[in-house]
Each structure stands twice: as C-alpha cells, then as structure tokens.
Ligand binder design. Structure first.
Ligand code: ADP
Length: 270
C-alpha cells in the first residue's frame, strides 16, 4: 500500500497545547467551528498555524487528524481504497473519510502542495452539502457533527509556481496568522525553549534584523520555530553565537555572502 495513506496523525492530547493568541483568532475559529465553516490559515512557515489548530482542537474537544500535503497526494490517499487481502478485498477509509465519520477536525497542512484534482474532493464538504462522495463504494458520507475542515497555506511560498484556485479559496474563511509582535514572540520563545527573558528578547531582535533582508536576496526569513531551536541549544550548553549559526543561519542560506551577512548580524546581537 502507498505509504502516504499512513502519513497522518490522529491526536487528542490530554494536556492543553499552549498557544498565545495574537488577536481574535480563537473566537473567530470557534464561531466557524460552531457553524461548520471551513477555515484557511494563512501565514509564513513556523508562525504557529499548526500549534493554533492543535490548541483549538483541544479547546473544542475534537480529535485532530493532520494530513501533510505533497504533490503525490492522490484523492484516494484522502478518501480511502480497497485493500486486497488473502480472504478478499476490504475497504479502508482514508484520513479525510475517517475525520468526516468521526466528527474530527481535519487539518490539511500546506494544501497548495496537493494536486488540483485532489483538492477538488474537498469541495462538497465545504458547502451546504457537507458530504463526502466516495465513488468507489457508491457511498455519500454525511459529515458528523463536529467535523471541520482546516487548511494551511503560506502565501509567499512558491506563489509563482502554485496557487489555490479561486473556486477553492472562496470556500474557506481565511485567517491571517503572521509572526507575532516582538513582545509576544519573545514570550513564546521563552515559554517554548525555557531560556531567560533577556536571551529570548535577543533572539527576537536578531530575527527582526534578519527579516529585513527578505527583499535583499533572502528567500525564507527565520520563523519563531528557528528561534526556539536556537534557545533550546543554548540550554544544552552551546554558546549563543554557535547556537544561532546552527539553528538560524545555516537553515536559511547556503550562499556564502548571505551566510556571512547573517553571521555578522548574530555577532552584532550577541
Ligand atoms: P506552522 O504550522 O505555521 O509552520 P508551528 O505551529 O509548527 O508553525 O509553529 C512552530 C513553533 O512555534 C510551535 O511548535 C510553537 O513552539 C511555536 N509557536 C509559534 N507561534 C506560537 C503561538 N502563538 N503560541 C505558542 N507557540 C507558538
């Protein structure tokens, strides 16, 4: 069987996944959930989209099924397929079908990576029908109460190569989740890595400087996730500059002059 069928996780954490809201996103999401509206989370990689969905699923008491999208993802990977066994063929639900039957929140991460013909299977779930037609079995599965479709989308990434069709985009309530304000981001780095407030602030000020290079040849800017990784390394005894070279500079660029600029910014900050 195709490996991608297994490529999803069902989670129902006991402890609250910690999330620091930036605005009214928690209320907005709750209202969408209560009214069965599908949600699109827009924002750069590592800005907290996944954590937000995990938090909301916990808050709403729903199981969360996460599906990382990629360009090989076929409709059958979402819906399911017949498996050939020694005693005959059996139908196996895919992760989307399972979420629809169980009333789970189904999170398609980086949906723009999926092929158009795969994304189209979502359409009947995002309007008044709230059903998933399964051609192979002839079944029309009605979404159980609590089912909600959530997709994430990074508008900057590969925008020239891939984009979502307007007919798909207009089926979602879109929420913009950008990097948090510096004060919020420092709190997040501090909470997630366990570093002292002063170091968290230093890491955020480094990130702000690097993010200004976005228009000067830096394709991807550092995410909150990278700052947390740098902070975590310092707590393992790695000197802060080394931690930033490894966790922030190297992941962002291979280009020698850019690497040298980024290292200078690290040395100027710490
Ligand atoms: P994305 O899904 O947007 O790529 P993630 O949700 O994986 O990003 O965020 C990366 C990490 O940053 C998370 O694991 C979490 O530690 C931290 N993070 C980012 N934003 C927040 C936030 N608002 N509240 C709590 N943690 C956050």
């Amino acid at each position: 069987m195709d490996q991608s069928v297994h490529d999803f996780a069902v989670r129902q954490p006991r402890d609250e996944p910690w999330y620091r809201p930036a605005g009214n996103e928690v209320t907005l999401f709750e209202q969408c959930h209560n009214r069965g509206l599908a949600v699109m989370l827009k924002g750069p990689t590592g800005c907290g989209k996944t954590r937000f969905v995990e938090h909301m699923a916990w808050r709403l008491g729903r199981p969360l099924i996460t599906i990382p999208c990629h360009d090989d993802l076929a409709a059958s990977d979402l819906i399911g397929r017949y498996l050939i066994r020694h005693d005959g063929t059996v139908w196996q639900d895919g992760p989307l079908t399972r979420a629809v039957r169980e009333g789970a929140i189904c999170y398609l991460d980086e949906v723009v990576e999926a092929r158009q013909d795969t994304v189209v299977v979502l359409h009947a779930l995002t309007d008044y029908r709230r059903t998933l037609p399964i051609d192979k079995t002839g079944e029309n599965v009605r979404a159980a109460a609590g089912f909600q479709l959530v997709v994430s989308y990074n508008p900057g990434y590969q925008r020239m190569l891939k984009d979502l069709k307007p007919s798909t985009r207009q089926r979602f309530v879109a929420m913009d989740l950008d990097f948090p304000t510096p004060e919020h981001e420092a709190l997040i780095v501090q909470h997630e890595s366990g570093v002292e407030p002063a170091l968290a602030k230093g890491l955020v000020s480094l990130a702000l400087r690097i993010r200004q290079l976005r228009d000067r040849g830096l394709a991807e800017v550092p995410s909150t996730r990278l700052l947390i990784a740098a902070g975590t390394l310092t707590l393992c005894g790695i000197p802060v500059r080394e931690a930033c070279y490894a966790a922030v500079v190297s992941p962002l660029s291979d280009e020698p002059s850019m690497v040298s600029t980024l290292r200078d910014l690290v040395n100027g900050t710490f």
